[in-house]
Design a protein around this ligand. Structure first.
Ligand code: BGC
Length: 414
């Protein structure tokens, strides 16, 4: 009896020794493939390696992540999910409901994440009250980036609302300069659209239209004005915009081939990777009158077999929320840290602006989840809206037809 007890504990000890020795492995699916994005994710790869982990990279190119999400579905259907996936907003809950997500609450509790993160974003990261995802950043969507030299040569101040933007763009067009660098991909059209909804309608209008999907708001005269503005913006882009990647549009502003780009602050990562100085070589203004459209990139952890992969998930979760990573990653990525206790002293002009605006927006209740970047709505509803936005942008559909189509598409998606 005593012998067999001894044997059991020896075996148990042996097993746990093996478990402790498991070398952390992580196969990480993400869509960070542009210059600024790749520089940012490299920081995490290096930290993971320095802590004994082996990182298998699975980048799937395609801005906004549509292609990455298709790749993810194929992997999960094949019963071979990656260990960690760049995921955000309600799609985290959707995967949880499918039974596909693991849980990293033990790491989150040990590291005190509830105290380190703004309460406005923790609910995106929890599944049934426990952490199933780790945040890497807070991106702001509603920015207008401008080439400082092009603007000053034209005698134009960086615009802070849509009237100013229109006046500046009309002037540039008359001077023969392309006002807006845009990539004609559905998600980029959606990115511009939600900034217009916020700036023209204000935060309550945005919330009713794109978070609550209120039919009256979707069909309102204000929404017609939004589509009028989208039509006007269509007139400010060059002829070759169709299908252009977002970072190539950013390069047009960097090189002075166009004056502006309307894009989330991953665009700032491209300016920085090109050696440009924020606030000096390029301008960053928001047309949202105090509102702030946000998007939190995070890693969600899928159910995987094997001590090495599970150890990899825990290590990745811990490093992702580490103070150093949150600083260095975001300096490259263009976003700001999700952790509240990372000093903004080393951040540049636009990063500090983003942080200050975020705090004001939180105080005023003007913090808005981005629909275009998967924070506000489930996939079916967001997709229905984007289909209409892009169909309107790429045709001569009237604003009246667009609001009707919008309301119909949303109703059918519910
Ligand atoms: C992601 C960013 C990414 C951008 C362009 C956004 O949806 O949140 O991390 O840089 O798409 O691909």
């Amino acid at each position: 009896m005593k012998k067999s007890l001894l044997l059991t504990s020896v075996v148990a000890l042996g097993l746990s020794a093996t478990a402790v020795k498991a070398e952390p492995q992580a196969e990480v699916l993400h869509w960070w493939t542009s210059g600024g994005e790749a520089a940012a994710v490299k920081v995490l790869m290096e930290e993971f390696g320095a802590n004994g982990g082996t990182w298998t990279d699975m980048p799937v190119a395609g801005g906004g992540g549509d292609a990455a999400m298709t790749a993810l579905r194929a992997r999960v259907l094949a019963g071979n999910a990656p260990t960690a996936v760049q995921l955000k907003g309600p799609s985290i809950q959707e995967w949880y409901e499918e039974g596909a997500l693991g849980n990293i609450n033990d790491v989150a509790t040990a590291e005190g994440w509830d105290e380190l993160l703004p309460s406005a974003i923790t609910y995106h990261l929890k599944c049934d009250g426990e952490y199933c995802a780790a945040p890497v950043n807070i991106h702001r969507i509603d920015w207008i980036w401008g080439n400082s030299k092009v603007l000053s040569d034209a005698g134009i101040e960086p615009p802070t609302n849509w009237d100013e933007f229109n006046a500046a763009a009309d002037k540039l067009k008359e001077m023969g300069i392309t006002p807006l660098a845009h990539g004609g991909q559905a998600w980029q059209d959606a990115t511009v659209f939600e900034a217009v909804v916020t700036g023209l309608g204000g935060p309550e209008f945005y919330r009713k239209a794109l978070v609550e999907l209120d039919m009256e708001t979707l069909k309102s005269d204000k929404m017609k004005e939004v589509f009028d503005q989208m039509r006007r913006i269509r007139g400010y882009v060059d002829d070759n915009f169709s299908g252009r990647d977002w970072n190539l549009a950013t390069a047009m502003v960097i090189n002075g081939e166009a004056a502006f780009q309307i894009m989330g602050d991953w665009a700032k990562g491209e300016f920085i990777a090109a050696g440009k100085v924020p606030g000096k070589d390029f301008t960053c203004t928001s047309p949202s009158g105090g509102a702030y459209l946000y998007n939190v990139d995070s890693f969600a952890f899928f159910n995987v077999e094997g001590d090495d992969k599970q150890a990899g998930q825990k290590l990745l979760a811990k490093l992702t929320m580490g103070q150093n990573f949150q600083k260095v990653f975001n300096l490259n990525k263009g976003s700001i840290p999700a952790r509240l206790d990372v000093s903004m002293d080393e951040f540049e002009f636009c990063g500090r602006q983003s942080n200050a605006d975020l705090n004001t927006a939180i105080d005023q209740g003007f913090l808005l989840p981005s629909y275009a970047h998967g924070m506000a709505l489930r996939g079916a509803q967001a997709g229905a809206i984007t289909d209409v936005v892009t169909a309107h942008f790429n045709s001569d559909m009237s604003s009246e037809e667009a609001v009707e189509a919008l309301a119909r598409a949303v109703a059918n998606s519910l």
